[in-house]
Design a protein around this ligand. Structure first.
Ligand SMILES: C[S@@+](CC[C@H](N)C(=O)[O-])C[C@H]1O[C@@H](n2cnc3c(N)ncnc32)[C@H](O)[C@@H]1O
Length: 250
């Protein structure tokens, strides 16, 4: 495993319990949109959930597909532990790098929410997730784009951290050559945070900022936090971030 990948795994190990409490309820509408998009008319075979985290997708997939094999995959041991507890025998959970899936899975469906943007090469990742499908199978991916909103808590975090390069996002659809693109759209829902500090601390301790905190240290995070709170509004903070949903049929 590369240093970057092992730091990412460690960051999600540290974040896992708090992620389940803070982010899973707030991200639930996007998980629902992804599972609804996978539909029910699929060929035989398992349904895979790469980057499943604590596996919130499962509570919606299990009643929809009572007779299917459902498989979550995640890099982080602690996420896998929580996912197995949630699964309680309803699904298999594998600790694995989901960057490249083995086509031998011959899957009916692949659903993934908020993992793609963390892969070292998202275009290769989405192609690999497509390549595990049987003919007629469907892939639905929801990910956070580099620009999920123009104003709000995510935008302010981008401003103080520095916005990432978004050119990789233009490579996703071309990477899916041969697929039938059924949907490619931005999906937005309201999200509420008690206040700016609560969001910053959740992102740092239980979310995507954790890997950066491990890489740069406490003084760096303290400085980010100070700059973040200096520009943030007071009180409860509601926003409407947009995630990108891509659904394709093989
Ligand atoms: C933001 S969480 C999303 C979890 C879940 N799908 C949800 O919607 O709540 C992202 C997850 O992706 C996992 N992840 C990141 N890179 C990965 C990789 N290369 N292989 C497998 N899992 C990965 C992390 O460990 C983390 O659990």
């Amino acid at each position: 495993m590369t240093d970057r990948l092992s730091r990412l795994a460690r960051s999600w190990d540290e974040a896992a319990e708090g992620y389940e409490q803070y982010f899973v309820p707030r991200f639930a509408p996007w998980v629902r949109a992804a599972v609804q998009t996978i539909g029910t008319s699929l060929p035989d075979g398992p349904i895979l959930v790469p980057c499943c985290g604590t596996f919130p997708e499962l509570d919606l997939l299990a009643p929809r597909f009572p007779d299917r094999k459902l498989v979550g995959l995640d890099l982080s041991a602690e996420m896998v532990r929580l996912a197995r507890a949630r699964a309680a025998g309803r699904a298999e959970v594998v600790q694995a790098d989901a960057t490249e899936l083995d086509p031998a899975w011959a899957a009916a469906g692949v659903v993934s929410v908020f993992g793609l943007q963390q892969l070292p090469d998202p275009a290769a990742g989405i192609r690999s997730w497509y390549d595990v499908l049987r003919p007629g199978g469907r892939l639905c991916v929801v990910y956070w784009p580099e620009v999920a909103e123009e104003t709000g808590p995510f935008a302010l975090l981008d401003k103080v951290v520095g916005r990432g390069d978004s050119t990789w996002e233009d490579t996703l659809v071309p990477a899916l050559h041969g697929a039938v693109i059924e949907r490619d759209e931005l999906v937005s829902f309201p999200m509420v945070h008690p206040d700016a500090a609560a969001y910053f601390d959740a992102a740092n301790l239980h979310g995507p900022l954790r890997a950066r905190a491990l890489a740069h240290g406490d003084a760096y995070i303290a400085d980010l936090r100070r700059r973040y709170l200096a520009e943030a509004p007071a009180g409860e903070w509601t926003h409407h971030p947009q995630a990108r949903l891509i659904a394709v049929r093989r």
